[in-house]
Write a protein that binds this ligand. Sequence first.
Ligand SMILES: NC(=O)c1ccc[n+]([C@@H]2O[C@H](COP(=O)([O-])OP(=O)(O)OC[C@H]3O[C@@H](n4cnc5c(N)ncnc54)[C@H](OP(=O)(O)O)[C@@H]3O)[C@@H](O)[C@H]2O)c1
Length: 366
Amino acid sequence: MNADVLDTLIEKTIIPSFSSIGPRLRRRLYHWQDLASYSLEGRVIVLTGGTSGIGQAAADLYAALGATLVLVARDPGKTQQSIARLKAASGNDRLHCVLGDLGKRQEVERIACELAEQFPVIDVLVHNAGALYNERRRAPDGTDLSVELMVATPFLLTGRLLSQLGYRRPHPISPGAQRSSGSASTSEFLPTENDSAARQRPPGRVLTMSSGGMYTQSLSVENLEMPDEDYHGAQQYARAKRAQVVLNELWADRIPASQIVFHALHPGWVATPGIADALPGFSKALGPLGLLRTARDGADTLVWLSADNQAASSSGDFWHDRARRPIDISSRTRSADTPARRQALWEWCEQHTGWNFQDEIPDHVQ
Ligand SMILES: NC(=O)c1ccc[n+]([C@@H]2O[C@H](COP(=O)([O-])OP(=O)(O)OC[C@H]3O[C@@H](n4cnc5c(N)ncnc54)[C@H](OP(=O)(O)O)[C@@H]3O)[C@@H](O)[C@H]2O)c1
């Protein structure tokens, strides 16, 4: 059977695709290049959630491939242990950390400042930190914590680090030219004067770890946070993960792919402390059958997107097992994904975080 036909078949039947069967089969079908054959020497990678599970496995790989790796993490002891372990295993001493809680906006602002100061060039920003809360938790301002952690925080960090990632503020076509109206399209602007130097640099990459659970939830901004009386942890998590995937496309609409590319992905079902804690029944049912992926397999596509040239040749895609995948598998979620809701999601993120894309456009052309 043709590889693409078989891949589509397992994709449509979900269990083989999401489980450990997926990478086992696809690695052979598509002759995946061994990650060990890539080099990330000279690349600065900023990774959230690198102290556990998938992120920890990704950190192992990044360190082994020679990256300058920056862990953004909240627990000082755990983070120092992670760095010591990574150094011992890889011999790489370009390992750094910035400490802070990604569920607290003030700390996220400080983290962004520290990153921007310490790393004027960031090649890859990985939004991997995430959690499913069976009991509702809230950020300091009362926002649902999964929404804060997985929607607002990645938005704010990306926004604050755009120039480090390679975004170049546009200059007007003619002095004093006025932007017509509407969204901040960069197409009306000429490249900046230092573009030729900047163009030597490959586009930065922003990678967002979503979840296949997002297939179950429609895009909604009014219901991005479930009401207390209907709260259901897995559904709330999936709503945030749906928003991540849509935001990935919205960033790609706004930023030229020659400067920064944006990709989202889902890792399948992976044996991690996070999933054992949040979905113990699921872990106990699938684990003994060998159907959960290893953390290393869960990190494979993430690290591959960080290293392979394919990721630099497009933007706004959603990936699983090194292939682009649709963001909808049901007409219900597809029809809910309207331009108006997308715009509302972007505006919600701007209002909520206080970071505004218009501010990236110089005042004299607004
Ligand atoms: N495992 C799966 O099957 C699966 C499936 C689909 C998607 N995912 C996604 O994959 C990503 C990694 O999940 P995982 O299963 O590897 O989970 P995990 O083992 O629980 O790891 C989560 C990581 O996020 C960090 N984190 C959580 N809240 C944070 C906060 N407020 N501030 C700073 N860091 C925070 C954790 O830090 P600490 O070490 O300090 O706790 C940890 O490093 C998540 O985005 C998850 O939604 C996982």
